[in-house]
Ligand binder design. Structure first.
Ligand code: NAP
Length: 388
């Protein structure tokens, strides 16, 4: 935080902070004013920012003239122009994130290092963790991006297969922390058509591809699911099945000891809350990793499961992630009203209506309208959705 001209006022000076947060009246758009002695300005300002409030203006309390204006720790401080500083658009902050380094016509050819099942005995289906070597190329990525895979072989029309996108499950440093690998979390797609079992082309290719084999990779792509750089951010994650991929990368970045050593500028101190939906306990993915984070960071990591075919929702049906969100809607709402909170959703599109329903009820209990708030969160770059 930069205090611009406040120091030029006498210490008995009163200052008025105009801020916007969810505790202000909805009728005023959540805007309220707070008057404090100049001597307390710095500490009050810091406290408000940490609470997630958006500071619109700081003014000399007696004359109303603007002494300092700043909207968030990340925003550039405006000079004493009287105009509230604007937050840098979230997208501009991601201008340096790599995209499309390798295109379909000239993909990077990586090599499989390992391909292991993530499931325990008794699980439904096949889900593998596939790690590929990127050495010798320039394929870089950050947490929350996806890569394209072109499976071997030809499609029915005799042409090469189309690209399928997969969310990256590793951090930019890769699972071995050497910065030259990428990992995916892949479920083999299987469905019945005309009484015949059909295996997904690319997901089957990836689940079967042996160590040492070449794989054609494109990308990376995507800026929707990037993690905020703010070490004090709160991160709520809603994942169904393999939608856990980006969340696994975020959580490694936050809590894995090797990752923390590699990231001197990112010592996560916020709250990370993972909601994970799977059909059965043996289908839980990356469970050991998450349990180790729970042991090491009990104040920072929270983990809530929806195990659809073992647990029942309040109406006796399958327990889905949206039922857990409804159960904790008040807590979730209290968190997302803070500017420092981001929510990420990845996996089945079917979870979205239920999550909106839960948030609608929580907002209504506070006299607010979810259908107005959600677009605001989206615009602020704090509501991130990648569902299929
Ligand atoms: P899955 O194991 O089939 O399902 C995960 C859990 O979601 C199960 O417990 C399932 O319950 C439950 N579920 C089913 N319908 C639901 C609904 N309408 N609302 C909430 N939960 C529901 O999942 P998966 O095969 O790994 O696939 C997850 C999906 O995420 C796939 O569609 C995949 O394409 C997508 N995905 C998207 C991205 C991305 O967007 N970047 C990345 C990875 C995966 P029951 O089966 O017991 O009913």
């Amino acid at each position: 935080m930069h205090v611009l001209s406040a120091a030029s006022f006498g210490s008995s000076q009163m200052m008025t902070i105009t801020l916007q947060d969810f505790s202000g009246s909805p009728a005023t758009g959540g805007i309220r004013r707070l008057t404090v002695p100049l001597s307390q300005l710095q500490s009050t300002y810091g406290r408000l920012l940490r609470s997630g409030a958006r500071i619109l203006e700081v003014a000399n309390g007696l004359t109303g003239s603007v002494a300092m204006v700043e909207s968030s720790p990340a925003a550039p401080a405006a000079q004493s122009s009287g105009k509230p500083a604007r937050k840098a658009p979230a997208k501009a902050a991601h201008a340096d994130v790599p995209v499309n380094l390798y295109k379909p016509k000239a993909p990077f050819v990586g090599k499989v290092i390992s391909n292991d099942s993530l499931l325990k005995e008794g699980a439904i289906g096949r889900v593998n963790h596939v790690t590929m070597d990127l050495s010798g190329g320039d394929l870089r990525y950050v947490e929350g991006q996806s890569i394209g895979i072109i499976p071997d072989g030809l499609a029915d029309n005799g042409k090469p297969h189309k690209i399928r996108l997969y969310s990256i499950a590793s951090t930019r440093h890769g699972d071995n922390l050497a910065g030259n690998t990428v990992s995916l979390c892949v479920r083999q797609l299987q469905y019945e058509k005309d009484g015949e079992l059909i295996n997904g082309v690319c997901s089957t290719f990836l689940c079967d591809v042996p160590p040492g084999a070449p794989v054609k990779i494109t990308g990376p792509v995507g800026k929707e699911m990037l993690l905020p750089e703010d070490e004090d951010a709160n991160v709520i994650m809603l994942a169904t099945g393999t939608g856990i991929a980006p969340m696994r990368a975020y959580l490694r970045r936050m809590f894995d000891p090797g990752e923390r050593d590699r990231n001197p500028d990112y010592a996560f101190r916020g709250k990370a809350w993972l909601f994970m939906g799977v059909p059965t306990t043996p289908n839980l993915l990356y469970e050991e990793e998450f349990q180790s984070y729970l042991s090491a960071y009990p104040d920072n990591f929270r983990y809530t499961k929806a195990i659809s075919r073992e647990q029942k929702n309040s109406e006796g049906g399958r327990m889905y992630i949206q039922h857990r969100v409804a159960e904790y809607a008040d807590e979730i709402f209290n968190l997302i009203k803070l500017d420092a909170t981001h929510l990420y959703m990845c996996g089945l599109r079917g979870m979205e209506p239920g999550i909106d329903e839960a948030m609608t009820a929580a907002a209504a209990a506070r006299g607010l309208e979810w259908k107005t708030l959600r677009p605001q969160l989206k615009k602020a770059g704090r509501w991130h959705v990648e569902t299929y």
